[in-house]
Design a protein around this ligand. Structure first.
Ligand code: SME
Length: 163
């Protein structure tokens, strides 16, 4: 499989942000860009921190793919684990990940990268594939660069959501 040009992806993210850095259009277009650019994906999108209740949760954000779970508790599933630990998760076989949340039964491997605003986890980038072992360490590094670019250029105004 040809590796995506992650430097180009980062440059495209920056150019989207130049038009408008607000998280809603930016993350919407970045989910579309990732879905278009990376081969063999069935879901690409974002979960964003929701502080409307006492428990920290993630709320479904802009995405491409099938209808997905709306709420994910911090520390639950791959997304919650990435958010709670502030650590990227590269999962070759989601069925072997304790507590994996199966939103789309087609998913077999997954990569999740935390996003930050003011040094705090503000959400995660979540990418799923129907293939086992779809994501290499190089993909993970490239996607971390995309996430670091988003940390730098995104206007996360209004997040985390509060009452
Ligand atoms: N599988 C994820 C849930 C989100 S969906 O993949 C879109 C998880 O375990 O966190």
């Amino acid at each position: 499989m040809t590796q995506p040009d992650y430097q180009l992806l980062c440059a495209q993210v920056r150019s989207f942000a130049e038009e408008d850095p607000h998280w809603l259009p930016l993350l919407s277009n970045v989910s579309a860009l990732i879905m278009d650019t990376l081969a063999d994906l069935n879901w690409a999108g974002f979960y964003l921190r929701d502080a409307r209740t006492d428990e920290q949760t993630l709320l479904l954000g802009p995405f491409q793919g099938k209808v997905a779970c709306v709420h994910i508790a911090f520390d639950k599933g791959v997304c919650g684990t990435a958010a709670a630990a502030d650590q990227p998760q590269l999962v070759p076989n989601v069925h072997e990940f304790p507590g994996h949340i199966a939103c789309d039964s087609a998913s077999n491997s997954e990569v999740v990268i935390p996003l930050h605003a003011s040094g705090q986890v503000i959400g995660v980038l979540d990418i799923d594939s129907p293939l086992f072992n779809r994501f290499t360490a190089e993909d993970s590094e490239g996607l971390k660069a995309v996430a670091r670019t988003l940390d730098e250029v995104t206007d996360f105004s209004g997040l985390p959501l509060t009452k």
